[in-house]
Design a protein around this ligand. Structure first.
Ligand code: ADP
Ligand code: ASP
Ligand code: MG
Length: 404
């Protein structure tokens, strides 16, 4: 029998009606002769509410306790989902991440999955039951409850699909698929029928939060096809799978934006070997995900290094950089929270020069100044002022004719 993992995001299980609608759909899939494993997110914005509660109670928020708190959101969803499934005649059984055998490292609030011991899920399936797993969580090698970072339920779903050998992983969300830009920002954005893992990786990495980056990495590494679709319309959505070399690739597929980062600048550092190594090793040791890095040409033996980091990591990054000022011989460490990043993604960029020139011209024509630039073989990203990012996304979407 074929096996499918279905993941339902926060809006998809946001209220009792939504939970019952999802239960109906799961029941239909299960009766259609497919084995189904369900992964649920916390209802609506409840993770944000738990975070707010934590910040009202405590300024220190020990990460172990924060994880314990946040995993409660997904527990509520899984239990309610099983109850709704019981009402429609489906025998379902809920599992926390720990019960589902999701073993992680010990990095609280952004733990990495090390191993999945899915025996209990296999047993439940063999007994004809539908396992409903709480997303976004696991248990560490030290036996503490951990979370996988924001958006982590996608990762739970893909990891389970890989471990159980599922034919595909369906990600049900509040939009009908992956679009050529965030449809909330660009109403004329086009739904993409299929995308390669490579393109989706760059979309996720550059702010297209419809899938978490880790989940796409997992899917690519374990060859799990993803189907991103709507739990409101249930229509076919976007397939993310291996690149088909026989298909002609669009030069530009999507434009993404990211307002979740901040910029740190370390000024006046001596231009000698080892400075960048020391700084970025210290940041890596704090598990900071550094994104764009720019180093200026040196003037009189000193230079400036700027880099972007997730806003949540800004304080830690500043602490780290300021702690190293004396050792590095730096003059100043400053932060800038008013930045955003806009990116173009397309596999066809590899063989089509001129995309960056058109991008820069479009931004210039719209009065958007570029502060940092970074490129990969299928992506160009520019850091711009945050208040101009919507203008930039709209202009680029039009300039590259992405509405089709
Ligand atoms: P869920 O709670 O289901 O995980 P998310 O909020 O994490 O949902 O992701 C879905 C959201 O991603 C959409 O509501 C949409 O605003 C946003 N999004 C950003 N970029 C894109 C894109 N290129 N295509 C589709 N959705 C996008
Ligand atoms: N509930 C978690 C979050 O809001 C995980 C998820 O929904 O994927 O980030
Ligand atoms: Mg999500």
């Amino acid at each position: 029998m074929s096996l499918l993992v279905q993941k339902y995001g926060g809006t998809s299980v946001g209220d009792p009606d939504r939970i019952r609608a999802v239960a109906d759909h799961v029941a239909r899939s299960a009766r259609g002769g497919t084995e189904v494993v369900v992964v649920v997110s916390a209802m609506g914005r409840s993770t944000d509410e738990l975070l707010r509660l934590a910040s009202e109670v405590s300024s220190s928020q020990p990460p172990r306790e924060l994880d314990m708190l946040l995993t409660a959101g997904e527990r509520i969803s899984m239990a309610l989902m099983c109850m709704a499934l019981a009402d429609v005649g489906v025998e379902a059984v809920s599992f926390t991440g720990s019960q589902a055998g999701i073993i992680t490292d010990t990095t609280h609030t952004k733990a990495k999955i090390l191993e999945i011991r899915a025996d209990r899920l296999r047993d439940a399936l063999a007994a004809g039951k539908v396992p409903v797993v709480a997303g976004f969580q696991g248990v560490s090698t030290e036996r503490d409850v951990t979370t996988l970072g924001r958006g982590g339920s996608d990762t739970t779903a893909v990891a389970l699909a890989a471990a159980l050998g599922a034919g595909a992983c369906e990600i049900y969300t509040d939009v009908p698929g992956v679009f050529s830009a965030d449809p909330r920002l660009v109403p004329e954005a086009r739904k993409l029928a299929r995308l390669s893992f490579e393109e989706m990786l760059d979309i996720a990495a550059s702010g297209g939060r419809v899938l978490s980056l880790r989940s796409v990495e997992f899917a690519r590494n374990h060859h799990v096809p993803l189907h991103v679709r709507s739990s409101f319309t249930w229509e076919p959505g976007t397939w993310v799978e291996e690149e088909d070399p026989s298909m002609e690739q669009a030069v530009v597929t999507a434009v993404t934006h990211d307002v979740s980062e901040a910029k740190v600048t370390v000024s006046g550092v001596p231009d000698r070997p080892g400075v960048a190594a020391r700084l970025f090793r210290a940041l890596a040791d704090r598990h900071v995900n550094v994104d764009t890095i720019v180093q200026n040409t040196s003037v009189e033996g000193t230079t400036d290094i700027s880099f972007t980091v997730p806003r949540d990591d800004l304080e830690g990054s500043l602490d780290t950089a300021r702690g190293l000022m004396e050792e590095l011989g730096a003059r100043e460490v400053t932060a800038d929270e008013g930045i955003a990043k806009v990116s173009l993604i397309g596999a066809g960029m590899r063989s089509n020069p001129g995309v960056s020139a058109t991008m820069f011209e479009t931004l210039a024509a719209n009065g958007v100044n570029i502060e940092m630039i970074s490129t990969s073989s299928i992506r160009i990203s520019c850091v711009v002022r945050a208040d101009l990012v919507e203008v930039a996304v709209g202009a680029l979407h039009r300039a590259f004719d992405l509405a089709g």
